[in-house]
Structures are given as C-alpha cells and as structure tokens.
Design a protein around this ligand. Structure first.
Ligand code: PMP
Length: 400
C-alpha cells in the first residue's frame, strides 16, 4: 500500500504512443509521422551548420563558465528575440513597452505567460482554436485558468472556418485571452490570409480581447522569417497589448535545448513592473533558465554572417517540406486515391491534416505500419521522397 495508491494513471500521450508503436513494429516499410521534429531525407535529425559553428565558438571561448543566468535569462538573447518577432521598426519595442524573458522553449513561455495572467490579469478565460495543439488546454488549465474553444477548422472544406471564427470571437466575453497561432497552425496547417488576419484583428479589438500569440514556427513555415511574423506585427503595430511565446525548437533545430522567450507588450510604463513579475514567476517555477541553447541563439542572431546562413538553412528545411507535399500529392494522384487532396499542397508548416477518420488512421497503423496521431495529422517533416508512394498507397487503401 502506497500513499500514492489512489493516483490515477495519466492518459497516454498521442505522440509518444505513435513513437512507441513505431519502435515496436518489425515492418521494414514502417513510417513514424507522429512526432513534430524535422528529419533529413535520410530520416535523421538535423543539426544546423550555424548551430555547429556557434557551438564551436562557445567551446573555444575560455571565458565561458557554468554560472547561473539571472531569472530572465540572457538580456541580449531577450532583446534579439523580441526584434526577430516584432521587427526593427516596432513602435512597441522603440517605446520600451515590451518585457521579454528567456523561458524553457515554447511550452515554458506559454506556461510562464499563463501563470502571469492567472495572477495579474482580471479575466480567467482563455480561448483556443478548435482544434489546437493539445497542450494549450493542459498548460492554461494547470495555471488555474479556464479554456474554451473558438471555431477554426471546417472539415467540409479542409480550410478555415472564417465566419465561425469571427462569430465566436465577437460573442466572447469582453477581455478574454485569445490564443492565436502566429503561423503554421498546429495541427491543421491552415492559416488565415492577411485579409482574414485583419478581420480577426478587428474582432479582437471590438471585444477588447487580449491576444496571446504562440510562435513555434517562425521562418520554418514559409522559409521567410518576416512573412511568418506578419500576423504578430500586424497586431503589435495596431497598438494592442499582447503576449507572445516564441520557440527555437523547430527553426533552429534546438528541440531538447529548451530555448524560447515570452514577451508581454503593455500600453504604458507598466513594462518594467511586468518584467519584474515575469522574473518573480520564473523564480518560483525553476529559478532561472538553462544557458547553453540561449547562448547558441544569441551568437547566431548577433552575427550578420551566421544570421544570413541561418536564413539559408531555414529555407532549406521549409523547401524540403514543401517538396514532400508536392511529392505526396503527386503520388496520391498516381495511385488514384479517391477524393480531393489539394489540401496537402495548400496547408503550411510541419503538418498535414489529412482528413482521415479515426477508423482510417487505425487501418494506416495496423495494416500499413504508418504511425500518426488519431486526428489524422501527419508530419511532413518526417517523410522522405522514397516513402511517398508507400504512404499514398496506404492512404488510398484506408479511404476506399
Ligand atoms: N506551440 C505549438 C503550436 C507547437 O506546435 C509547439 C511544438 N509542438 C509548441 C508550442 C512548443 O514546443 P516547444 O516547447 O518544444 O518549443
């Protein structure tokens, strides 16, 4: 008998379950399309050239030590991260209205933001798109906030439910927090157009909602850092108060290093007070963030040559994913999979939301050893050219 005997087992994690199934499978054609991590054409993890160079510089620098960072992390890292997201022309940055702290990747940034809101913001409701990255609900509810969905994806068109989205935002309680995926919406790969973003901005302004942007894919989605930050900049330049969680997991391939940043933009001189409370929040959670990954990012973003090279490598990753979309689309045509597959081409970012039902996903896994999440999402980054035909055949067999 343990004092913990009554602890219920946590539900299995969808992505971990897919990876476990993949490891256990003996099928030589098996495919792991569950996990959201970039793989090379050979199916291997990629360490970017700029990351290797930054690492070399750290190791060669005798003055580097393992002292603690301060609670908010590396100040230069924070400054460069805010610049990357908001742009050099940002009024909010120029007017000193932004408070940025280094956090533990995107998840940690969202969590510190959630803790801050739970303590200091008057509204406790967080609106998240339906569907959304599953951890949004976990994170904000663990902060003691309530979550509620707003319409986002329309299965019939496999596109954005723009009318539903606007109607739900307009019906939201004034002041509620609204989570917006800056680009490459996970899991659907469906993003609003610039015109639709303007409509969303208007709805947010008219209900005085507080936007909380989640930016986990800047530069990784389109291959262009500026373009992938356009939604964030549109809102910030309209003078809104807002929050932003940034992650360097995907765009620098620093998954396990846990490098990210949280920025809170406020409308007056509150920024310094806000910053002090963000630090106090971090202090109570993990005291201070890890150093190594943030040093890598600081070196890359502050050196014009490395920055230029990073942009080339980023584009390389985005282009390979785009090529996989094209090759999978062509293979689906070639094998004669019934229905329209244009969405595979049109969706953006790491994932494709195939539209497969749970029963069809079951067939993909049990008969074809294609491991993916039950919602029909596949990671395009986990696919290689040589596997497209096999995947297309599995899809055809599952939808017929
Ligand atoms: N937000 C979204 C939408 C994501 O897809 C991810 C990564 N799967 C994250 C946040 C956070 O990832 P990480 O904590 O690894 O930066």
């Amino acid at each position: 008998m343990s004092v913990f005997s009554d602890v219920p087992k946590a539900p299995p994690d969808a992505i971990l379950s897919a990876s476990e199934g993949f490891e256990a499978s003996t099928n030589p054609n098996k495919l792991n399309l569950g996990v959201g991590a970039y793989r090379t054409e050979e199916g291997k993890p990629l360490v970017l050239g700029v990351v290797k160079e930054a690492k070399r510089r750290i190791l060669a620098d005798a003055s580097q030590d393992h002292e603690y960072l301060i609670m908010g992390g590396i100040p230069e890292f924070c400054k460069l991260s805010a610049l990357l997201a908001f742009g050099a022309d940002s009024k909010a940055l120029q007017e000193g209205r932004a408070a940025t702290i280094q956090c533990l990747s995107g998840t940690g940034s969202l969590r510190v933001g959630g803790e801050f809101l739970a303590r200091f913001y008057s509204h406790k409701l967080v609106l998240t798109p339906t569907p959304s990255w599953a951890n949004h609900k976990n994170i904000f509810e663990r902060c003691g906030l309530q979550t509620q969905g707003y319409r986002y994806y329309l299965p019939a068109t496999r596109g954005l439910d723009y009318e539903g989205l606007i109607a739900d935002l307009q019906a939201a309680p004034e002041g509620a927090v609204v989570i917006l995926h800056a680009c490459a919406h996970n899991p659907t790969g469906v993003d609003p157009t610039p015109e639709q973003w303007r409509g969303i901005l208007q709805a947010v302004q008219s209900r005085r909602l507080l936007p909380f942007f989640d930016s986990a894919y800047q530069g990784f989605a389109s291959g262009d850092l500026e373009r992938d930050a356009a939604s964030i900049r549109m809102f910030a330049d309209a003078g809104l108060e807002m929050l932003l969680a940034q992650s360097y997991a995907k765009n620098m391939g620093l998954y396990g290093e846990r490098v990210g940043a949280l920025t809170v933009i406020s409308s007056d001189a509150a920024a310094k007070k806000v910053e002090s409370q963000l630090m106090a929040t971090a202090r109570a959670m993990y005291s201070n963030p890890p150093k190594f990954g943030a040093l890598l990012v600081t070196i890359i973003l502050s050196d014009p040559e490395l920055l230029a090279q990073w942009k080339v490598e980023l584009k390389g990753m985005a282009d390979r994913i785009h090529t996989m979309r094209r090759m999978l689309f062509d293979a689906l045509q070639e094998v004669g999979a019934p229905g329209s597959w244009n969405h595979v081409l049109e969706q953006i970012g790491m994932f494709s939301y195939t539209g497969l039902t749970e029963a069809q996903v079951e067939n993909m896994t049990t008969k074809w050893s294609v491991f993916m999440t039950r919602d029909g999402r596949i990671s395009m980054a986990g696919l290689s050219g040589t596997k497209c035909k096999y995947l297309a055949e599995a899809i055809k067999d599952s939808v017929e």
